[in-house]
Design a protein around this ligand. Structure first.
Ligand code: GYE
Length: 329
């Protein structure tokens, strides 16, 4: 093919990239921020024509959306999968139709990893290590013995990467450090479910003193349940307070950190839109791109006892929260 005529050049310039985005749901503040970020970055002004679908936390609905996008011959599909398993068939269908699929946030577990063009998201194992290493240093500094810790894990949606890796990280730390893990219970990343679950756990375990919540909405539900039961949330376990550890660092989560109600909040960055937009363009232009991109994240605490934690790849600094950081979310 020869050089394009001026007219052809103009049309291709004006052509928007047709993208279908299958978002898993709207279960949390994190998710809403993630949707907004992707929608804003994949806007008409930026050269995209985006079709959005909310699957209400149902994988079947994601299959339907994906097949609709394939039928509509989208240029690219962006998929935020609800869980890891079960994607082989539909991803093969996209591949057969020649449509690249960019996976965001959680990952998919497929036999042929080439079915995924690229992935953008967080290192959930690292997030869990930060939380557990912080708890270890904190308790050691305060003379709390490992066997005095009675922990419950309020899990996310079972089978989601963030759940699998945050739950595993805690379980391994409990085994390694000799902490008591009373129970691991799923609450679907929602405030309402977490409140219900924690109310039941409070009745069951009088000695429970740490609630490890796998996201901020769950942490807020847990705080409500604990306060309604007449107990106090806070870092002073020895004085009978129940410590909350959480993930996401959303606006409402960080407000709870500021008030001392969440002891540590490990950030999970939902702002993946710009990276996704860049990737889609690179894929379309057959430019080189990274297949796996991890977004940068921090961990916030108001308690100054632990300033750094030791991770496998070196020291990790805990950020002291300021009003500016909260205002930014
Ligand atoms: O932590 C939670 C959301 O997969 C990282 O899903 C995401 C998690 C996030 O509902 O708030």
């Amino acid at each position: 093919c020869g050089k394009k005529s001026d007219a052809e050049e103009k049309t291709s310039e004006q052509t928007l990239i047709d993208v279908g985005f299958s978002q898993l749901g709207a279960e949390s503040d994190w998710r809403i921020a993630n949707t907004e970020s992707i929608r804003n970055s994949l806007s008409n002004e930026n050269g995209f024509n985006l079709t959005f679908d909310d699957a209400q936390q149902k994988q079947d609905k994601q299959f339907i959306a994906m097949r609709k996008f394939i039928q509509q011959e989208k240029d690219c599909i962006v998929l935020a999968p609800v869980m890891e398993d079960g994607w082989d068939t539909v991803l093969q269908e996209a591949k057969d139709a020649g449509i690249p699929v960019i996976v965001v946030d959680r990952r998919v577990n497929v036999q042929d990893t080439r079915l995924v063009t690229a992935w953008v998201g967080s290192d959930f194992r690292k997030e869990a290590s930060i939380a557990c290493e912080w708890l270890k240093s904190y308790t050691e500094s305060n003379g709390i013995k490992p066997e005095e810790l009675f922990i419950v894990d309020i899990q996310g949606t079972l089978g989601a990467t963030a759940q699998i890796e945050r739950s595993d990280g805690l379980k391994n730390a409990c085994e390694k450090y000799g902490w008591n893990l009373l129970e691991q219970v799923p609450a679907d990343y929602t405030q309402a479910k977490a409140k219900e679950v924690v109310s039941n756990l409070l009745n069951k375990y009088k000695d429970m003193n740490v609630v490890y919540c796998e996201n901020d909405n769950e942490a807020i539900g847990a705080i409500e349940a604990i306060e309604e039961s007449g107990r106090k949330v806070g870092s002073n376990i020895s004085a009978g307070e129940i410590m909350i550890i959480s993930f996401d660092a959303t606006h409402s989560g960080l407000k709870m950190v500021m008030e001392g109600k969440i002891a540590l909040d490990v950030e999970c960055n939902p702002l993946q839109g710009e990276e996704v937009a860049l990737l889609v363009k690179k894929v379309q232009n057959s430019d080189e791109f990274h297949r796996y991109t991890y977004v940068k994240e921090r961990a916030f605490s108001m308690d100054q006892t632990v300033k750094t934690v030791k991770l496998r790849d070196g020291d990790y600094e805990i950020t002291t929260l300021t009003e500016d950081i909260i205002a930014d979310r």
